[in-house]
Write a protein that binds this ligand. Sequence first.
Ligand code: FES
Length: 176
Amino acid sequence: MADLHPENPYAKERFPDPNKRVEFSDEAKQRFDYILTRYPNKEAALLPVLHLAQEVWGWISPEVVVYVGELLDLAPATVFGVVSFYNMYNQRPVGKYHLQVCTNLSCMVTRAYDIYEHLCEKLDVQPGQTTRDGLYTVTEVECLGSCGTAPVVQINNDYHENMDVAKMDALLTRLK
Ligand code: FES
C-alpha cells in the first residue's frame, strides 16, 4: 500500500494570500450571472459556480474560495467545506490528465492499489503529485459511485471501469 501523507491542515498554502485577488473575466462573469438565474438563491448555485471557477483556473485555490464566497454571500469556511467534501473539486493545481484512482472497498478488493502504486512508480510521482512535464497528476480518491464496475479510475471527467494495470498502461499511451 502506498505510503500516505495526510495533509497538514495548517500548511501555509492552504490559506489565502491577502495580496492576491482573483476575478472572473467578463465572459465568465456572464456565465456566473446566468447560473444565478437558474437557482432560487445564491447559496444553491454554489456547486455550479465552483465548477465554473475550476474550469477557469483549473483548481480551487484558497483565493478562489474567498472570491466565490464573496460572490455568493457565503463564508469562506462554507465554501471550503463543500470544496473539500467532493472529489471533483481540485484543491491544488493538477496536470493535463488528472488520474484519480478510487481505493474504497470495492475497488480496493479488486486490486485498485496495484493500479495506484503502479501509476506512482511508472510516472515517478508521490501520491497527489504532478509529473514534472505537467502532464499527469495521480490522486487517490474516495468512492466514485461506480462500485459495480470496480476498480475505477477517473481521468478528468471520464470514468474508466473494470481497470487493471495492463489496461491502465494501454490508456496511458493514448494520453499524451
Ligand atoms: S469503491 Fe470504488 S467506485 Fe465505489
